[in-house]
Design a binder for this molecule. Structure first.
Ligand code: NAP
Ligand code: MG
Length: 501
């Protein structure tokens, strides 16, 4: 095969699948597993091959992470040294942007320019998290009287299992892994089987950067087997899961065996709330982006437009005009804005929602067309008006480029519609009225709010959801705290008051 970096530079498909074995205890690991081939959803051609781990393979990975945690080879290092390794990782990611982005696009179907942007932004997260390795600290209490001193010590939680989805494989991993490492934890990662290769390439870069063996291990394969076993594992201290709400619920139950700490980042049905005084041009562009970006396969996708009745017609026309210019197609063609749907199952699910929308009496404004010719899966961004708030289109996470438009007349109705779903991941508010913006950002139930913007931000602010969108927060200083436990210490100064005098 031609060198991978040459293929990436030329943006040619590989002539045979790029093989990526698992990574356990600092070494490539194949075990006795079968190779599973992944076809590019944008090209219908085999592009990569990964292994389907057994529970025994997972046990080896957990044992390696356990040893690496217990002997302190990582958690015992000064924060300064941990930071140095993480900074080196960031540099290696930057040095390998082209190859990582190329592999990400082949497996996920997202446009190559977007993949480059995500990998580059991920490097920035590693840099941010590196700095935090020197910041993590506890508290002291000098208000407990003359004879007592209190300490709150922040310690790494231990061995962490990280399960990631296929929609932003490298970026979502980078919102979690460097924070767990900053805290001093050791890790077993289970990426989505469809998109495991960039996670495996990262593992090699970690070793190159000087991360000790066993600190990060990657096990690939089926979520129902190896992800489930990781969530159940008695030797794993925490599970950080990103994916769908139903699987998150089963992870929560599985974690109960040894009461492991749980972080869940799950689904969303995120409203774009547009008041009558909003800048409609700004809003229209963002609404089009919010539904078409990553072909709508985005946990914070703005999949519901909740708009004041007086501007609905005009806004929908403007959104339609923006979407008419969106190019959907070959993700290796840098001029396309939107690539492929990740796989046949997801493609069929989205089409099912489009059919249901028409059946439920919603009015199709644009899009709705889908093509799976040659096992390449493309869907045109789709807008439905007059969507009933209780219908599937308005309530369920579609995870595709389908926008459901509903109108309101009063502020109270807007908030009620925005909050009237089981999810609470993100919301965008569009208004020029400062008081209205603050009133709504207080009342809208979501982990993340964007005012006059959407799907933006860096690692400084935390991410996560309320209601059935999850538990816990990632990124920011909170993202490190997530991977720590608190230990309270009382220190008696002088003699302890006697029980028996
Ligand atoms: P998914 O089906 O829940 O899978 C997510 C991950 O969990 C994959 O690695 C999957 O493995 C694994 N998995 C499957 N069954 C499991 C089990 N029983 N125990 C443990 N792990 C298991 O979600 P998806 O289809 O990949 O991604 C789409 C969903 O993710 C959407 O609902 C979206 O909203 C959500 N998401 C949320 C966020 C967020 O930050 N809130 C970010 C991105 C995505 P395999 O697929 O390899 O079998
Ligand atoms: Mg799935």
């Amino acid at each position: 095969m031609t060198d991978l970096s040459e293929l990436a530079a030329a943006l040619h498909l590989p002539t045979e699948p790029v093989r990526a074995p698992m990574f356990i205890d600092g070494k490539d690991f194949a075990g006795a597993s079968d190779w599973v081939t992944r076809k590019s959803p944008g090209h219908g051609m085999p592009v990569t091959a990964t292994l389907r781990a057994s529970k025994g393979d997972l046990d080896l990975a957990v044992a390696a992470a356990r040893r690496a945690f217990d002997d302190g080879r990582w958690s015992g290092l000064p924060g300064e040294q941990r930071a140095a390794v993480l900074l080196k990782v960031a540099q290696l990611i930057r040095d390998n942007v082209e190859t990582l982005a190329y592999l990400e696009t082949l497996e996920s179907g997202k446009p190559i320019g977007q993949s480059r942007g995500e990998v580059t932004a991920a490097a920035g997260i590693w840099e941010y998290a590196a700095g935090l390795a020197r910041v993590v600290h506890g508290d002291s209490h000098d208000t407990l009287g003359p004879d007592m001193f209190g300490l709150v010590v922040r310690q790494p939680v231990g061995v962490v299992g990280i399960v990631t989805p296929w929609n932003f494989p490298f970026f979502i991993l980078s919102e979690r892994l460097p924070f767990a490492l900053t805290a001093g934890c050791t890790v077993v990662v289970k990426p989505a089987e469809l998109t495991s290769t960039t996670t495996l390439r990262l593992a090699a870069l970690l070793t190159e950067a000087g991360l000790p063996d066993g600190v990060v291990n990657v096990v690939t394969g089926l979520g129902s087997v190896v992800g489930q076993a990781l969530a159940e594992h008695m030797d794993v201290d925490m599970i950080s899961f990103t994916g769908s709400t139903p699987v998150g619920r089963s992870v929560l139950a599985a974690a109960g065996g040894n009461m492991k700490k749980v972080g869940l980042e799950l689904g969303g049905k995120n409203p774009q709330i547009v008041f009558a005084d909003a800048d409609l041009d700004d809003a229209a562009d963002a609404i089009a982006f919010g539904i078409a970006f990553n072909a709508g396969q985005c946990c914070v996708s703005g999949s519901r437009l909740v708009v004041h009745r007086s501007v609905e017609q005009e806004l929908v026309e403007r959104v339609q005009a923006v979407l008419a210019k969106v190019r959907v197609g070959d993700p290796l063609d840098a001029s396309n804005h939107v690539g492929a749907i990740v796989e046949a199952r997801q493609f069929d699910k989205i089409r099912g929602f489009i059919d249901a929308g028409t059946r439920d009496g919603a009015q199709l404004v644009c899009g709705g067309t889908a093509s799976s010719e040659g096992e390449r899966f493309f869907i045109q961004p789709t807008v439905f008006r007059n969507v009933q708030p209780g219908s599937a289109l308005a309530q369920e996470e579609i995870f595709g480029p389908v926008l459901a438009v509903t109108t309101f007349d009063t502020f109270e109705q807007a908030i009620q519609l925005a909050n009237g779903v089981p999810y609470g991941l993100a919301a965008s508010i569009w208004t020029r009225d400062l008081q209205g913006a603050f009133k709504s950002l207080r009342d809208v139930q979501a982990g993340r709010i964007w005012v006059n913007c959407t799907i933006t931000g860096g690692p400084e602010l935390p991410i996560g959801g309320v209601k059935q969108s999850g538990i816990g927060r990632e990124t920011g200083r909170y993202g490190v705290e997530e991977y720590t436990e608190l230990k309270s210490v009382h220190v008696q100064l002088g003699n302890r008051p006697r029980w028996i005098a």
